[in-house]
Design a protein around this ligand. Structure first.
Ligand code: ATP
Ligand code: MG
Length: 181
């Protein structure tokens, strides 16, 4: 298992109470598991907009939808490459890419996992390039972006702050260390 899922917070974030559902439980979205099919990227985009709307996230919703689109597309390509390199293909019932959207009062944290343990090596390309632009777009919007490698793949983490919000260094560190989710 990749060591990213559902790690409990061991400290209370200094940034306010997590968004609560009407029942008073944390309204975190579950993992959305996706097959590596370009058609399915649309489901991921729809899902993220739904979660953001449920959590009353408005101003940054389009930016987040764009990031999800880029990350999920990349993850699907990585999953396909990984399977081809191993001489296999994904069965139609397999869901090797996952997405989780975590809404917090000051930021939205996205996690996209795929089964390929290799993380992108190069620095993001120029935004004016014709391809290789996805990660540059993410880089230009996100407050934080990092990768976590696991035994069976990797996770890409992206944090987008709400408008007029700047992450404190200690918040950035706690997010990167996955002390707070
Ligand atoms: N999840 C991933 N796993 C492995 N490599 C990745 C992953 N995401 C990106 N990469 C690598 O980083 C490169 C740059 O990604 P980026 O999204 O910026 O561009 P692209 O996907 O090549 O083109 P575009 O996004 O413009 O269609 C990719 O070509 C790929 O080699
Ligand atoms: Mg891309």
């Amino acid at each position: 298992m990749i060591d990213v899922a559902d790690k409990p917070s061991t400290v209370t974030p200094s940034t306010g109470t997590p968004v609560m559902s009407q029942e008073g439980t944390r309204a975190d979205s579950p993992w959305l598991r996706l097959s590596p099919d370009p058609e399915v990227v649309r489901l991921a985009r729809d899902h993220v907009l739904e979660v953001l709307a449920e959590n009353d996230v408005e101003g940054i919703a389009e930016d987040i939808r764009l990031i999800v689109s880029e990350l999920v597309t990349n993850a699907m390509r990585a999953a396909q490459r990984y399977a081809s390199a191993g001489g296999t293909a994904w069965a139609s019932y397999e869901r090797p890419v996952s997405l989780r959207v975590i809404c917090r009062p000051l930021w939205v944290h996205l996690i996209v996992t795929d089964p390929d343990p290799v993380t992108p090596a190069s620095a993001p390309a120029d935004l004016l390039d014709e391809s290789g632009r996805g990660l540059s777009i993410v880089d230009s919007i996100a407050a934080l972006q990092w990768w976590v490698k696991g035994d069976h793949g990797k996770a890409c983490h992206v944090v987008v702050t709400h408008e007029q919000v700047t992450l404190k260094p200690e918040e950035a560190e706690m997010l990167r260390e996955r002390v707070i989710l």
